[in-house]
Design a binder for this molecule. Structure first.
Ligand code: NAI
Length: 462
């Protein structure tokens, strides 16, 4: 039986063509293939990946394989898979379980399937923490805390708890075995990193973790410049609406919020920002955006985008007040930024995949994108290859470090050293014709660095 679940394996040829193009835009990953393709530092590793199954991720997967890893993959979101990318990966012989529009039950079943190496995995590559959560929650349930699976508070929890119980019944002791053989996890995104630091605080992290998100060449690029390109792309593909002149509200002005505000203002929208952090609020104001409270603009704005990684940002009382045909979407990792569950008993009209029109009791309608899940991946194809190359080069370096040097780390969360961050950036300069200046020895001495770098102290914030 085929060891994959994809929408249509016949899409593999199309996927391969786009993969070939993406490779030309992913110089960091291709440089790692050149540098380590012969020595294969990931030989012996069995990596379970839980990350949006896009064309860019396909290039990441093939880089891990080129470096010697055995890989199995699931997507970390039900709407983010690009079916032709999944097909190309399946056709290459890498087991992948991902379909755009899969159900929540399938999401957790596919994640479980991605763990099913003959000898189980020894590394996790996570985006948002679902793979880590699955194993750790299951292991706790197996080890005297079955009550953790008793009171689900969301559809998501109903699905994951059911999948854990199923696996526990089929293979007793499986989660504990998996937990004990994983040597480390690398985590892609802000929200997943929060989960990891929480686990450390609770004394519940059983292996070392590398926080890829907080490499400068990840969060200050993917989260910012990536969203700058992919947010408006998602809104346009979903709605074809004219953005110039419209009033758009961006909730949150962290890295994703900064990119999102720039995306909308680049399209000519008049952008307003909400924030709870005075530093980010001041940044937004000095970048030229009006900083407002959501309740003060909710009846007049045209587009609402959440970017906070927090929950209950756009609530039912806000959506009831919005003007007719307001567009509502989220670009943060999880779908709890918008209270979608509270809309369930309203009249929904599906316009097309991942676009719904919902009628409020007053008769006014909103357009909800991707049911509140991250719309740049649900309604478009996520960030472009070039910026994902920087993110994924960090991912591969993190996996290599955990695999070849894992004993050096405690069960804590680490960031890659600055010289590697600078290396990732350096690998992306030639593709866009950047001519880097070089320090003289005297200049380097004067500012207290070496000619080769690192060029900044740890506390520098970019
Ligand atoms: P961040 O921590 O830099 O920014 C979040 C901002 O939201 C902070 O400035 C915070 O003060 C603000 N915030 C929190 N609660 C708020 C509230 N109630 N009202 C207004 N503002 C509030 O995080 P980052 O890196 O910007 O990530 C945000 C989310 O986006 C995370 O869930 C992350 O995982 C996700 N993400 C999504 C990507 C995508 O392609 N869709 C790419 C990268 C990250």
């Amino acid at each position: 039986m085929a060891d994959y679940i994809v929408k249509d394996i016949a899409l593999a040829e199309f996927g391969r063509k786009e993969l070939d193009i993406a490779e030309t835009e992913m110089p960091g990953l291709m440089a790692l293939r050149d540098e380590y393709g012969d020595t294969k530092p990931l030989k012996g590793s069995r990596i379970v990946g839980s990350l949006h199954m896009t064309i860019q991720t396909a290039v990441l997967i093939e880089t891990l394989v080129a470096l010697g890893a055995d890989v199995r993959w699931a997507s970390c979101n039900i709407f983010s898979t690009q079916d032709h990318a999944a097909a190309a990966i399946a056709a290459s012989g890498v087991p992948v379980f991902a379909i755009k529009g899969q159900s929540l039950e399938e999401h957790w079943d596919y994640l479980d399937k991605s763990f099913q190496f003959a000898d189980g995995p020894n590394l996790i590559l996570d985006d948002g923490g679902d793979a880590t959560l699955y194993i750790l929650l299951g292991a706790r349930a197996e080890n005297g805390e079955p009550e953790l699976l008793e009171v689900p508070t969301s559809e998501e929890e109903i699905a994951v708890f059911a999948q854990i119980k199923k696996r526990m019944a089929e293979t007793p002791g499986w989660f504990t075995k998996m937990r004990d053989q994983i040597v480390g996890v690398s985590e892609e995104t802000t929200t997943g990193v929060h989960r990891l630091y929480d686990l450390v605080k609770q004394g519940q992290l059983p292996f070392p973790a590398i926080n890829v998100n907080d490499s400068v060449t990840k969060s200050k690029f993917d989260n910012k410049y990536g969203c700058k390109e992919s947010l408006v792309d998602g809104i346009r593909r979903a709605t074809d609406t004219m953005l110039a002149g419209k009033v758009a509200v961006v909730c949150g002005y962290g890295d994703v919020g900064k990119g999102s505000a720039a995306s909308l203002s680049g399209a000519g929208a008049r952008v307003k920002v909400t924030e709870i952090d005075p530093i980010c609020a001041l940044q937004a104001a000095m970048d030229g955006y009006e900083v407002v409270r959501l309740e003060d603009v909710v009846a007049s704005a045209d587009v609402f985008i959440t970017t906070t990684g927090n929950k209950d940002i756009i609530r039912i009382e806000h959506m009831r007040e919005m003007k007719d045909m307001a567009i509502v979407g989220n670009i943060g990792h999880f779908d709890n930024e918008i209270q979608v569950a509270a809309l369930k008993n309203h009249k929904w009209t599906n316009i097309k995949d991942q676009v719904d029109m919902i009628e409020m009791p007053s008769g006014s309608r909103i357009i909800l994108l991707s049911e509140g899940r991250l719309l740049n991946l649900g309604n478009a194809t996520g960030h472009p290859s070039f910026v994902m190359s920087a993110s994924f080069t960090n991912q591969v370096l993190a996996q290599m470090e955990l695999w070849t040097n894992g004993e050096a780390y405690k069960n804590d969360v680490y960031i890659l050293p600055k010289h590697l961050d600078e290396k990732v950036a350096r690998l992306h300069l030639a593709r866009i014709g950047v001519q880097l200046s070089e320090l003289t020895k005297e200049q380097a001495d004067y500012i207290g660095v070496t000619v080769e770098g690192p060029f900044k102290p740890e506390h520098y914030r970019y």
